[in-house]
Design a binder for this molecule. Structure first.
Ligand code: BGC
Ligand code: BGC
Length: 856
C-alpha cells in the first residue's frame, strides 16, 4: 500500500472519531456491534479477503514433514493431543506432572525462576529444562515421547536471569530507528536464552500504541506502524534466523508476535480493554507488525487479552481463524495469554471450549487450574463440543513448529550447542551492543545554550533517585514481573547511569559527586539529575493522565533547587512513555529522554560528554517514535490529525549541531476533568500510598510476596478476572486476625465522604462464618468503632464473587475522621474464616444504586 493511501485512511478515521467514540459507547451499552449498525456485514458473513492480504510467507510447508506429522497425529490418543494444547507454568507443575501428562509446552512467567530462587544460576535453569524435557520424552506413563518446549518472556534480553544483558525496552529501540541493530539484539537474546536450555521466546510485542496512558506503552516500538513493521521482521529474523539460511538453527529460538490484535489501541489506553477501530484501521495501524513478522517466519502468535468491539480476542474466530490462519496463511500456532481464555464470555479459567473452537491452539494456563482445564477439554471433545478436527489441527500446528525447530532431532537441553556456555550470559560483546542501543535511543528535547555535550574535566554533581539505580532504569519485566524489589547487586556486570558518568569524568581528570537529593560540599560546575517513573508492568502501569508526579513534584523541586543556585542543570528522564513535564523542562537547561535503558546505563554518559578524540565522539541521534504531549490530557496520539499539536512531534530529536532554544513553556495543566471523588485502595494491585499487611495483636506483616503465612492469617494471590487481582485470606481462628491497608501519612478524604460515597469491595466467602467479622478504618488519632458486618455476610452465597458496599456515612457516624485516614480498610475476625477480596475502593454510587450495607 502506498504511504499516501495509508495517510488518507488514517486521516479519514480521525475525522469521524468523535462520532465513532460516542457511537461505540452507546453500542457497548446496547450490546450491538458497530458494524451491524453501519450496515456492514455481521461477523459470520464477513469476508476476510476484503481487508486482509494473503501473505507470502518465507517459511514454506514441506511435504515430507507434513506426512510425518499427519501419521503421528493419527496415532495419538485424545489425552496426548490435549496435553500438547496445555501450557502450565513452572510454579504450578512438577517434573512428575510433566512425566504423567506430557504437556506440549510450559512457561515461566515474569519473575518466576527455577526453585523459586531469584538468584537461580544458569545451571539451575538448565537443570529444570533438562528434567522437564526428559520427563516429557519418557513414555512410561502417558505413552508419549514428544519433546516439550519452554517459553519465556525474554522481552528486553533474557530478563528473568540474573546477569543477562538487558537491552533498552522497545520504546527506546523505536527511538533508535535502526533495524539492523534490532536484529543483532534479537540474535544476542536468542543466544543468552539458549545458554539456559530454553526454546521459545514470547517476543516481539508488535503493538502500535495509540494512547500513552497504557501501562504497556514501553513495550511498543512506536505509535506508528512504519517502525513496528520494519522492526518486527528484524527481530523475528534475529531470534529465529532467516528462512533460507539458519532457520531455527542451533543458536536460534522460536519467536512470538504478540498480542494479536489491537492491544495498543484500546479505548482510553486501558490494558486488556476494548479496541473499537474499524477493520481497516485494525489492519492499517495495528496489524502491520504481523504482516512483516509472519512473513519473516514467526512461528507463534500470542492472542491478546483485549477485545475488539466488545468480543475478547481469545474467543474471536473471525480474527484467529478466518483472518490470521485462513486468509493470511499463518501455519504456526496461536498461544493464549495468561488465562486469557477465562475472560471470554461464558468461559472460566478451567473450562473454555470457545477458545479452541475460535482457533486458539495452546491454552496458557498458569495456576493449578491446568488440571481441570485438561480434563474438561477432553470431556468437551468427547461430547462433540469441540470437534476432533479442530484438535487435530491444533496439534498438527504445534508439532509442525516443534519439527521446524528441530526439537525431535536436537539433543536434550543440557546437551545443546550453547547450553551451559555461561560466558555468553552478559558477555562483553553483548553488553557493547546494548550500550550502542542505549546511545542511539537517547532523544534530546532541549539543549539551551548548547550545554551538551559536557566537558568531562569538570566537577559534576549527579543527583536524582534514578542516577545510581539499575532497577529503576530497567523498568518492568526486569528479573521480577513488575521490575520492583531489585537492587544494583541484582545486576552483576551492569552499570548505572552514574557509573558511566563517573568513569567518563574520572578518565578526563574531573570529579563526580553522587547525591540523590542534590546536596554538595563543593559547588559543582554542572549537575546531572536522573529521575523518572518507578517500574511497572502491564495494567499496573495504566494511568489516567500524563502529568509527571501529579500532586507531588519532588523531582521538579530538586531541579529548581539546583538551578536557583546558578548551577547549569542537565535532566535525564527515565520513563516508559512520554509524559507532560513542562515544568521540569523549564527547570533544566538540557533535557534528554532516556526511556528505560536497561542494564547498560554507562551508554548514556558516552554520549553526554565530549571526547578528546573527535573520532569517538557520539552525537545525540534518537528521534521520537512517540509524539510528546503538550498537556496531561493529550494522551491519544495521531500525527496525521491536523488538530493534533504535540509539544514535540513524532520524529523530533535534537543533535549537537542544533542551536535551537526552547522558550519557557506553560506550566498550567489544562483544566483537570473534574476530579472524580474516588479512592482506589486495591484495584488489581495495591494502590499507592496504601500498603497491605496481615497480622494479629502481636504481629504485623507487610505483604511483600504472593504467599505469606502469619501466625493467624495466611494470604495468597488469586485471580478474579485477571492475574493476581485478588487475595485469598485464611484466618485460622486462634486469635483476632486482620488484613488491612495503611499509609504512612494520613490522607484527607473529606471530599470523598462529602460526595456520598461508599466503601466498595468484591468478596467471595469461601468457608463458613463462625465468628463476627468487622470492617474498620484507622485515623491518625482515635478513629471510631469497627463495623460488625457479620449479618450482611452470612446470607451471601458461598464461593461466588459479590460486591459489598458500605455507606461511608456509617464510618463517619461511628466517629471516623475522614480528614486523617491512615487506614481505609481493615477486615478482621477472631474465628476461622476464608474469604477472597478484590476491587477495594471508595467511590460514589451510580444513580439508582444502593449501598448493600446502610446505616440509619
Ligand atoms: C505473574 C507473572 C506473569 C504475569 C503475566 C503474574 O501474575 O506473577 O509471572 O508474567 O502475571 O501477566
Ligand atoms: C503478558 C504476556 C506474557 C505472558 C507470560 C501475560 O500477562 O500479557 O505478554 O507473555 O503474561 O508471562
Amino acid at each position: 500500500m502506498t504511504n499516501n493511501k495509508l495517510n488518507q485512511q488514517r486521516t479519514v478515521s480521525i475525522a469521524i472519531k468523535p462520532t465513532t467514540t460516542l457511537l461505540a459507547a452507546a453500542l457497548m451499552i446496547t450490546g450491538i456491534s458497530a458494524c451491524s449498525l453501519k450496515g456492514a456485514k455481521p461477523v459470520e458473513q464477513r469476508d476476510a479477503a476484503v481487508v486482509w492480504p494473503k501473505l507470502q510467507l518465507e517459511v514454506k510447508p514441506q511435504a515430507e514433514m507434513e506426512k510425518t506429522i499427519a501419521s503421528m497425529v493419527s496415532e495419538m490418543t485424545l489425552a496426548q493431543k490435549v496435553a500438547q494444547m496445555i501450557q502450565p507454568e513452572i510454579r504450578d507443575i512438577t517434573v512428575e506432572d510433566m512425566r504423567t501428562y506430557g504437556f506440549g509446552s510450559y512457561l515461566n512467567g515474569g519473575g518466576a525462576f527455577p526453585n523459586d530462587d531469584k538468584h537461580a544460576t544458569p545451571a539451575d535453569w538448565i537443570a529444570l529444562a533438562e528434567a522437564m524435557y526428559q520427563a516429557s520424552v519418557d513414555d512410561s506413563i502417558d505413552g508419549s515421547t514428544i519433546p516439550t518446549m519452554w517459553g519465556t518472556d525474554a522481552v528486553h534480553g533474557h530478563n528473568n536471569v540474573i546477569g543477562a544483558t538487558l537491552f533498552p525496552h522497545n520504546i527506546g529501540l523505536g527511538a533508535a530507528n535502526n533495524p539492523q541493530l534490532i536484529e543483532q539484539i534479537a540474535a544476542i537474546t536468542a543466544k543468552e536464552v539458549m545458554v539456559t536450555g530454553i526454546d521459545w521466546v514470547f517476543a516481539p510485542t508488535v503493538a502500535v500504541v495509540r494512547d500513552d496512558r497504557w501501562g504497556r506503552t514501553y513495550e511498543g516500538y512506536s505509535e506508528d506502524p512504519e517502525i513496528v513493521s520494519a522492526y518486527a521482521a528484524s527481530i523475528v529474523k534475529g531470534l529465529q534466523g532467516s528462512a533460507e539460511q539458519d532457520f531455527l538453527g542451533d543458536e536460534r529460538v522460536i519467536s512470538t508476535v504478540k498480542h494479536f490484535l489491537g492491544d495498543g489501541g484500546t479505548v482510553g489506553g486501558i490494558d486488556q480493554g476494548d479496541n473499537i477501530a474499524t477493520e481497516q484501521v485494525l489492519f492499517d495501524i495495528h496489524a502491520q507488525g504481523y504482516v512483516s513478522g509472519l512473513t519473516a517466519g514467526a512461528q507463534t502468535v500470542m492472542a491478546s487479552f483485549n477485545s475488539w468491539h466488545g468480543v475478547k480476542n481469545h474467543g474471536n474466530k473471525y480474527l484467529l481463524t478466518d483472518v490470521l490462519k485462513d486468509r493470511m496463511g499463518f501455519d504456526g500456532f496461536v498461544v493464549g495469554d495468561w488465562n486469557g481464555h477465562g475472560q471470554i464470555a461464558g468461559c472460566s479459567n478451567d473450562s473454555c471450549p470457545q477458545a479452541a473452537n475460535a482457533g486458539l491452539d495452546v491454552y496458557m494456563v498458569p495456576t493449578p487450574v491446568w488440571k481441570p482445564l485438561f480434563e474438561n477439554t477432553i470431556a468437551q471433545v468427547n461430547s462433540g463440543e469441540i470437534p476432533m478436527s479442530r484438535i487435530d489441527d491444533a496439534v498438527t500446528r504445534v508439532l509442525r513448529v516443534k519439527m521446524r525447530a528441530g526439537l525431535f532431532d536436537k539433543p536434550s537441553p543440557a546437551q545443546r550447542t550453547l547450553s551451559g556456555k555461561t560466558e555468553l550470559i552478559g558477555a562483553k560483546a553483548h553488553r557493547d551492543v546494548a550500550k550502542q542501543a542505549v546511545r542511539e535511543s537517547l532523544v534530546m528535547l532541549k539543549n539551551n545554550g548548547n550545554l551538551l555535550p559536557l566537558a568531562p574535566n569538570q566537577v559534576v554533581l549527579v543527583a536524582g533517585d534514578a542516577a545510581d539505580n539499575i532497577g529503576k532504569q530497567s523498568g518492568g519485566w526486569t528479573i521480577t514481573w513488575q521490575g520492583t524489589n531489585n537492587t544494583n547487586a541484582d545486576f552483576p556486570g551492569g552499570s548505572s547511569i552514574y557509573d558511566g558518568i563517573q568513569s567518563q569524568v574520572s578518565k578526563a581528570g574531573g570529579k563526580t559527586m553522587l547525591s540523590p537529593t542534590g546536596d554538595f560540599a563543593i559547588k559543582p560546575d554542572v549537575a546531572i539529575v536522573v529521575f523518572g517513573e518507578e517500574p511497572y508492568a502491564e495494567g499496573n502501569g495504566d494511568i489516567d493522565n500524563l502529568e509527571y508526579q501529579r500532586g507531588n513534584k519532588r523531582d521538579l523541586a530538586l531541579l529548581q533547587k539546583l538551578k536557583a543556585q546558578g548551577i547549569p542543570v542537565v535532566a535525564i528522564f527515565i520513563s516508559g512513555r512520554p509524559m507532560w513535564v513542562n515544568a521540569e523542562l523549564n527547570a533544566a537547561d538540557a533535557f534528554v529522554a532516556a526511556w528505560l535503558p536497561g542494564s547498560e546505563g554507562a551508554g548514556v554518559a558516552e554520549v553526554l560528554f565530549s571526547h578528546a578524540d573527535a573520532q569517538t565522539q557520539f552525537d545525540m541521534s534518537g528521534k521520537l517514535s512517540f509524539s510528546w504531549p503538550n498537556s496531561p490530557a493529550q494522551t491519544a496520539v495521531n500525527r496525521f490529525d491536523d488538530d493534533y499539536q504535540p509539544l514535540f512531534p513524532y520524529g523530533f530529536g535534537l543533535s549537537y549541531a542544533d542551536e535551537t532554544v526552547l522558550e519557557t513553556l506553560s506550566e498550567v495543566a489544562a483544566a483537570n476533568n473534574d476530579e472524580s471523588q474516588s479512592v482506589a485502595i486495591f484495584t488489581r494491585s495495591v494502590q499507592a500510598p496504601w500498603v497491605m499487611s496481615i497480622g494479629s495483636d502481636n504481629e504485623q506483616l507487610p505483604v511483600t510476596s504472593s504467599v505469606l503465612q502469619g501466625e493467624t492469617v495466611y494470604l495468597r494471590t488469586v485471580d478474579k478476572v485477571v492475574q493476581e487481582d485478588a487475595r485469598r485470606v485464611e484466618f485460622n481462628g486462634e486469635a483476632l486476625g486482620y488484613i488491612n491497608f495503611r499509609s504512612n501519612f494520613p490522607r484527607d478524604l473529606r471530599a470523598v465522604v462529602e460526595s456520598n460515597a461508599v466503601l466498595s469491595f468484591a468478596l467471595k466467602v469461601d468457608s463458613d462464618i463462625s465468628d463476627e467479622v468487622y470492617i474498620a478504618m484507622g485515623c491518625d488519632t482515635d478513629c471510631g468503632k469497627p463495623l460488625n458486618i457479620t449479618d450482611a455476610l452470612v446470607p451471601l452465597p458461598k464461593s461466588q464473587w459479590q460486591t459489598v458496599s458500605i455507606e461511608l456515612k456509617c464510618f463517619s457516624d461511628s466517629g471516623v475522621d475522614f480528614a486523617k485516614i491512615n487506614s481505609p480498610f481493615s477486615l478482621s475476625t477472631a474465628g476461622p474464616l476464608t474469604v477472597s477480596i478484590a476491587d477495594i475502593e471508595m467511590k460514589p454510587l451510580e444513580d439508582n444504586e444502593q449501598a448493600t450495607i446502610q446505616c440509619q
